[in-house]
Design a protein around this ligand. Structure first.
Ligand code: RET
Length: 249
């Protein structure tokens, strides 16, 4: 009897009561999985010109769902921030978001070179961010300078992507592709401006001396922000693509 009471299901991470960070990991993993099912099911229903875009939307949430599944367990078992898992997820999903910009503007003449520039910028952004976060995560005054330099380099790559989608080539191509695509790219550019901004803000707030000399967020609060942000950014991004695919001319 006692054995039954103490039974801990194998392969099942235990969420402790009142663990709000844990809640967001569990919700995140479920939301990403549900969104994946949705995008894949819609695939057969949209016109062929949007199929690749919808497939990529589903791949983004699928990759995130798998990572969230791991991160959820990692968190529940260790109570630690799964920073490495996050960056592994981002290094796959963020370039795929750049692929989305290319796919929906391809008809208007987007070149493969544009795709590569966006992908390289996104990889640089994440690589510098990872270097900064892995040196700054056990925050001390000494590592803070390194965090700042890496954060700055990462930020430059971020601004390049933002510039391209909001004012640059991607925006121009979208305008040529017609009002539907122009509208979608405009919304997606706002995702990059506002939705993506939470990551550098979290990074700054988590660095010693970050915001006005104070480290105002700890790792746990950053996890909550990232978990909510990821859901909005990945599922929301996919839904914009989905709306574009089903929009009437
Ligand atoms: C689904 C995941 C997404 C959309 C992740 C996006 C991540 C970023 C835009 C991260 C940006 C960063 C900076 C601009 C500077 C500081 C370091 C990072 C990596 C947090």
């Amino acid at each position: 009897m006692n054995a039954l009471v103490n039974f801990k299901p194998m392969f099942l991470a235990m969420l402790q009561q009142g663990d709000y960070v844990g809640f967001t990991f569990f919700i995140g993993s479920m939301a990403m999985a549900a969104a994946t099912v949705f995008f894949f099911f819609q695939y057969s229903k949209v016109e062929s010109q949007w199929k690749d875009s919808l497939l990529v939307s589903g791949l983004i949430t699928f990759i995130a769902a798998v990572h969230y599944y791991y991160m959820r367990d990692f968190w529940a078992e260790s109570g630690q921030s799964p920073t490495e898992f996050r960056y592994i997820d981002w290094i796959l999903t963020v370039p795929l978001m750049c692929v989305e910009f290319y796919l929906i503007t391809k008809k208007a003449g987007a070149k493969i070179g544009l795709l590569w520039r966006l992908i390289i910028a996104s990889l640089a952004m994440l690589l510098f961010g990872f270097l900064g976060e892995s040196t700054g995560i056990y925050n001390t005054a000494e590592t803070a300078t390194m965090s700042w330099i890496m954060g700055l380099l990462s930020g430059l790559a971020y601004f390049y992507i933002l510039y391209m989608v909001m004012f640059g080539e991607v925006k121009d191509l979208a305008a040529q592709a017609g009002p539907k695509v122009a509208k979608a790219v405009k919304i997606l550019a706002w995702f990059v401006l506002v939705g993506w901004a939470i990551y550098p803000i979290g990074y700054i707030a988590g660095t010693t001396g970050g915001l006005f000399g104070a480290q105002i967020l700890n790792g746990l609060q950053m996890d909550i922000i990232y978990n909510i942000g990821d859901a909005v950014n990945k599922i929301g991004f996919g839904l914009v693509i989905f709306s574009l695919a089903v929009a009437k001319d």
